[in-house]
Write a protein that binds this ligand. Structure first.
Ligand SMILES: Cc1ncc(C[n+]2csc(CCOP(=O)(O)OP(=O)(O)O)c2C)c(N)n1
Length: 540
């Protein structure tokens, strides 16, 4: 069996459903092999988008998404998406072609050392240099990518190896087995229990780790039973349903009201599945005075502002359940019911204000109405993300995808395509700025070719608003942030899809209902008014 056939056989063995990518001359054997398999090849229009799709697939399923490119420029195009999976902790396996091994020691057409290039953005990264290692390499790649914290892995397959025969004895894929994490140890549990029992005013800081391990209902039971308020990070939204009385908001801006109103009142932070890459502890523990309990699969990062009294490095779900049973009495943290009420009220009041251009709050309220609890919203990066992060209530696991570790613009449209492929029966909506949208706009063709009804809502302000806003705050002026846009309705038309520009008299809810009734992608161009951005720092 030739090596590329064996590679595909091993991917099937890992239950890979899709490979996202763009082929090249050096991946011809790979393409020949995949064409004979049950794996669906999703041809994209840019390798970065392919990597974002694999990244979103990984977040939604917990299984590594797979992307493909050729050598050189194809592979360097993949890099941003791979880095996103790396810092956003999404399981991903990237496969790239490479030149014949006989020419990689010298200057040679399209050759750069991709393994070296990918070193800093992958958990593991290797070149397949002999056919007989393929089944071991593939099993290791998926294991490493999917193990906490998940992330990106890269395999390079040179073209002369791809068409070489593997030895028959090595043609057997290794069957994946599910390795279970050991239980939390009693000593650490008792220590954590003591700290919680003694604490006057504890708070839970929940991150994406809770979502990855589907522990939202355990977290809700734990928090509600003990009466402890919960703040999530942006990527932790959904770690506890926004309906829970214990949910009191999201942390995500440098000047966040949470810091003074919530962390200011707390003496103990119970960090569960929290990731420093999203929001630095120096922002919520500047004086190093908080006691911290670290609950996660992996040990904590070395950070002066994050030195836990106790670490429970174990299964998050089991830890929450065991701890809940050990704490003697519920806490009486008094402020949070009022905070939770305020969150709900602000959402309704702000979301009802009709003005022109439209305020982000109004759009997000209409989106919340259009989407069911389990439908999927995907946010791009920019001020649009801050509004989604601070304002949009999430009711279930993975009902919101945000890139907030690497925070790369251009994520939302490709991610929406992957989400719709994974969940054809769910509504999928991408919110993006006009800047982020145009970074991967070509994927409208991909979505259309596949007949996917995804809705893309563009917050149009003709500029890179987040940078403009920050620059105004720092210098009182902004430079190099304004641009013009194409006519998005005509652009949609030229792709063969439908587009609509919201007018002052339109009802957003009706437009979204119509958009979700179509069979193809729909672009909704919303002239946006960012003049209430300051409110972001006052929201819970
Ligand atoms: C790929 C990439 N390039 C640059 C940035 C820096 N950046 C962060 S937000 C932003 C502006 C985003 O503008 P837009 O997409 O229009 O969204 P808005 O802020 O207007 O909502 C920029 C340039 C980034 N995060 N990612």
């Amino acid at each position: 069996m030739k090596t590329s056939d064996l590679l595909i056989k091993c991917l099937e063995n890992e239950d890979v459903k899709f490979v996202f990518g763009i082929p090249g001359e050096e991946t011809l054997d790979f393409m020949d092999s995949i064409s004979k398999s049950r794996i669906r090849f999703i041809l994209t229009r840019h390798e970065q988008a392919a990597a974002f799709m694999a990244d979103a697939y990984g977040r939604l399923t917990g299984k590594a998404g797979v992307c493909l490119s050729t050598l050189g420029p194809g592979a360097t195009n993949l890099l941003t998406g791979i880095a996103d999976a790396f810092l956003d902790r999404a399981p991903l396996v990237a496969i790239t072609g490479q030149a014949d091994l006989k020419r990689i020691h010298k200057e040679s057409h399209q050759y750069v050392d991709i393994v070296e290039n990918f070193e800093t953005v992958t958990k593991w990264n290797t070149r397949i240099e002999v056919p007989d290692v393929v089944s071991e390499v593939v099993r290791k790649a998926f294991k490493v990518a999917e193990t906490e914290k998940p992330g990106a892995v890269h395999l390079e397959l040179p073209e002369n190896i791809a068409c070489m025969d593997a030895d028959e004895t090595h043609e057997k894929p290794i069957i994946p087995i599910r390795a279970r994490r050991s239980s939390p140890d009693n000593h650490s549990l008792r220590h954590a229990t003591e700290l919680i029992d003694k604490s006057r005013s504890p708070i839970i800081l929940a991150g994406n780790g809770v979502i990855r391990k589907n522990a939202a209902s355990q977290l809700r039971d734990f928090a509600e039973y003990l009466g402890i308020p919960v703040v999530t990070t942006f990527m932790g939204k959904g770690a506890i349903t926004a309906m829970s009385k214990c949910f009191i908001g999201t942390l995500g801006l440098a000047k966040d009201r949470q810091i003074s109103d919530v962390f200011g009142k707390s003496d103990l932070v119970i960090a569960i599945g929290y990731d420093l890459v999203e929001y630095a502890p120096a922002l919520w523990n500047p004086d190093l005075d908080k006691k911290i309990i670290h609950i996660d699969f992996t040990t904590s990062e070395g950070d002066l502002h994050y030195v836990p009294e106790v670490e429970i490095n174990s299964d998050i779900k089991e830890t929450i359940e065991l701890l809940g049973g050990m704490i003697s009495s519920p806490k009486k943290v008094e402020y949070f019911p009022a905070f939770h009420r305020e969150l709900l009220e602000t959402f309704e009041i702000e979301g009802a204000i009709n003005s022109w251009p439209v305020r982000p709050q109004r759009v997000l309220h209409a989106i919340r109405t259009a989407l069911g609890d389990d439908d999927i919203l995907i946010s791009d990066v920019g001020t649009n993300k801050l509004w989604v992060g601070k304002f949009y209530p999430v009711y279930s696991n993975n009902a919101l995808l945000i890139s907030n570790g690497f925070a790369s613009m251009g994520f939302s449209l490709p991610a929406a395509i992957a989400a719709k492929l994974v969940y054809p029966d769910k509504k999928v909506l991408a919110v993006c700025g006009d800047g982020g949208f145009l970074m991967n706009v070509h994927e409208i063709e991909t979505a259309n070719r596949m007949g996917l009804n995804i809705v893309i809502v563009i917050f149009k302000d003709n500029g890179y608003n987040l940078i403009k806003w920050k620059s105004m705050g720092k210098f009182g002026k902004a430079f190099g942030v304004d641009f013009s846009n194409p006519d998005f309705v005509k652009l949609a038309d030229s792709f063969g899809v439908e587009g609509v520009r919201v007018q002052p008299t339109d009802t957003l809810e009706q437009i979204l209902t119509w958009a979700f009734s179509r069979e193809k992608p729909v672009i909704v161009d919303v002239p946006i008014d960012y003049s209430s951005n300051e409110l972001l720092t006052h929201l819970l």
